[in-house]
Design a protein around this ligand. Structure first.
Ligand SMILES: Nc1nc2c(ncn2[C@@H]2O[C@H](COP(=O)(O)OP(=O)(O)OP(=O)(O)O)[C@@H](O)[C@H]2O)c(=O)[nH]1
Ligand SMILES: [Mg+2]
Length: 476
């Protein structure tokens, strides 16, 4: 079946294209042919439309003053190349000399485009393009993007490209200017991406507009974090808390329009609430939230009982907190000779663990819990309140930071902010500067002095004596 959309000399109304084929490496199956009357080649606007709408072809035919066809220009998108070019413009001086088997040409082009998506042998992983809107400084933007990348990798995604938006080019409704937007569409097409991840938080309206424009699934940093939590939670409690956070985040982002719906609902790979995909609607989400809250209250009650029992045994509690990947679980393991899961990824620990530890003066309980991250989504923090509530029972907090991380001080600040919002600043805290084995002695001593922390290497028990001493001094 072939359709022809006809426009006037001023404009053309292109119907909703979402119904048309789309998929990795697929173009729209639509060519735009129009005339120019003053000998001008394809305009910037023309090329922008080519990119934004993923048209097969944008063609303009020049008509001279006698009404006779003259020069002809056409442009098409190209696969990813070294020059970073998005499209090629061809010039044919006479329409009679246009020699192009169009169906064949488009078939080949689409094959090429799809190849970028699969030839890397990266089977089933979703392919994501990261989009970062510039922050205060270049360094901050890059570091933030780096962390977003780590988050994406943790979530088992393949990062195929990243785009930095330099300045707000006007329209905040789209977050990106039209130029950036078309660059985004073309680059994700070229990279065979099926997911766009925005650093920072998108408003529900922005998600909607961007989804409509790009026709690609869009999530923001918060959703990515939620997704990681969803796939990592083990205990019933952890699962409920994550699902609650996801639903609360999702609720205002649920939209009625069907096309975008399927891209918007659910986690990344159909995990978590995403499993219920299309049947999700607001009402059901609300009902589910009520149910989960009820279950959570029950669990909280049980926890409280457990804590009470523990308190009655009279053991002081030491809680390990700090930025994700700082080495909290490793410290717990080394201190208590346990085998809690550790890993060089973000958010390895999601469910809290407690272990006994014998110090010189007596026994204590050490707990390890979920790590913090910059701008931890409020919904998540709230949902984890039950787990983190335990922290209020602590007699001492060990704030672990990774001394070898280039973002050390920012991470300490973020963790402090989180402790602050959890109302935990009253509890005595020791700043523990971990991974000092990666630094030289002078650097370590200097930082320990300046930040007022105790350097250790959680991998090496011998380095923990100073920390043990400090713990005893406060507890006993
Ligand atoms: N070089 C070095 N690596 C360490 C040290 N302590 C931990 N690590 C490594 O750092 C990574 C993170 O350790 P974890 O103990 O999982 O960190 P965590 O703070 O519990 O992280 P999450 O649970 O993901 O928030 C692992 O690869 C550890 O092996 C250390 O003292 N020196
Ligand atoms: Mg951990």
């Amino acid at each position: 079946m072939e359709y022809v959309v006809v426009g006037s000399d001023h404009s053309i109304l292109i119907p909703d294209l979402a119904r048309f084929r789309s998929g990795i490496g697929r173009l729209k199956g639509l060519r735009c042919i129009h005339t120019h009357l003053h000998g001008e080649p394809l305009s910037h606007e023309d090329l922008m439309d080519l990119a934004l709408l993923k048209l097969d072809l944008m063609l303009c035919l020049d008509i001279n003053s006698k009404g006779i066809p003259a020069d002809l220009y056409y442009a098409h998108l190209v696969p990813r190349n070294n020059s970073g070019q998005s499209w090629i413009v061809e010039h044919v001086p006479d329409i009679g000399r246009l020699d192009l088997n169009f169906s064949e040409f488009i078939r080949d082009l689409e094959t090429e485009l799809a190849k970028t998506g699969t030839s890397l042998g990266m089977e089933e992983k979703e392919r994501a393009v990261l989009v970062s809107v510039i922050r205060a400084s270049k360094k901050e933007t890059e570091e933030s993007l780096e962390e977003l990348k780590e988050l994406a990798i943790t979530s088992n995604l393949l990062v195929v490209d990243s785009i930095i938006q330099r300045k707000t080019e006007g329209n905040s409704r789209f977050l990106l200017g039209k130029g950036k937007l078309s660059e985004l569409v073309v680059r994700s097409l070229q990279a065979g991406a099926n997911l766009l991840i925005f650093d920072g938080e998108l408003t529900p309206a922005q998600v909607r507009v961007l989804t409509d424009y790009t026709e690609t699934k869009i999530i923001d940093r918060n959703q990515l974090i939620l997704d990681i939590f969803a796939s990592g939670a083990i205990t019933r409690e952890g699962k409920i808390q994550v699902e609650l956070a996801q639903l609360r985040y999702l609720l205002p982002r649920l939209i009625t329009k069907n096309t975008a719906m399927s891209r918007l609902t659910g986690g990344i790979g159909g995990r978590g609430p995403g499993e219920t995909k299309l049947e999700i609607n607001r009402r059901r989400v609300r009902d589910r939230i009520i149910l989960l809250n009820k279950e959570l209250r029950e669990i909280k009650k049980q926890r409280k009982e457990r804590r009470k029992r523990r308190r009655s045994m009279g053991f002081p509690v030491i809680s390990i907190v700090g930025y994700t990947n700082a080495g909290k679980s490793t410290l717990l393991n080394t201190l208590t000779r346990s085998h809690v899961r550790v890993g060089d990824r973000l958010f390895v620990t999601l469910d809290p663990t407690s272990r006994r530890l014998r110090l010189k003066e007596g026994e204590v309980i050490v707990t390890d819990t979920v790590g913090f991250i910059r701008d931890l989504p409020g919904d998540l923090l709230e949902a984890f309140a039950a787990t983190l509530e335990e922290l209020h029972e602590a007699d001492l907090l060990l704030h672990v930071a990774d001394i070898s991380n280039s973002r050390l001080e920012d991470q300490i600040e973020s963790a402090k902010k989180t402790l602050n919002s959890l109302d935990l600043t009253e509890i005595p805290t020791i700043l523990v500067l971990n991974k000092s084995d990666r630094m030289n002695k002078t650097q370590t001593a200097h930082l320990a002095e300046r930040l007022g922390g105790i350097p250790i290497s959680a991998l090496n028990p011998i380095t923990l004596s100073g920390l043990r001493k400090a713990m005893e001094d406060i507890i006993f």
